[in-house]
Design a binder for this molecule. Sequence first.
Ligand code: MN
Length: 158
Amino acid sequence: MNFKNVVTVFLLGALVFSCKQQNKSANMEAERGLVFAKGEKITSDNFIGTAFLNALVEADSTNPNAVGSVTFEPGARTNWHSHPAGQIILALDGVGYYQEKGNPKIIVKKGDVVRCPPDIPHWHGASTGTAFVQIAITGREKGETVWLGTVTDEAYDQ
Ligand code: MN
């Protein structure tokens, strides 16, 4: 094999490698479950850590539910809170935690559905090591979410 052939083989190899890298990156986007955009960074004091909200549907007179996609980075979570008309959480991606007051926290994985009963204090968020993406469907017909205080590291780690 002469020098020219070696260069040609190298360049073809580099081309194939770069195409594979691009495919990998596109697949990772799809695997992240990016049906919905991540949205805006949440700046509310009712959250700990880094989380993003894409407010998909506002409640109105014909539809009493607010629908939002929330992405929690590892360790991020809501404060304790309750919803006067309850909430449904659809786990789109990753691994998260959900805990109702007085019960142990449960692990929530992609594909899981959680029903939060009305007025039950709870929190939700990402697990320690993995981000979590959820769709929250929140009934608004009986009033706004009631915020109840921080989920301490001790409670989160239990
Ligand atoms: Mn909730």
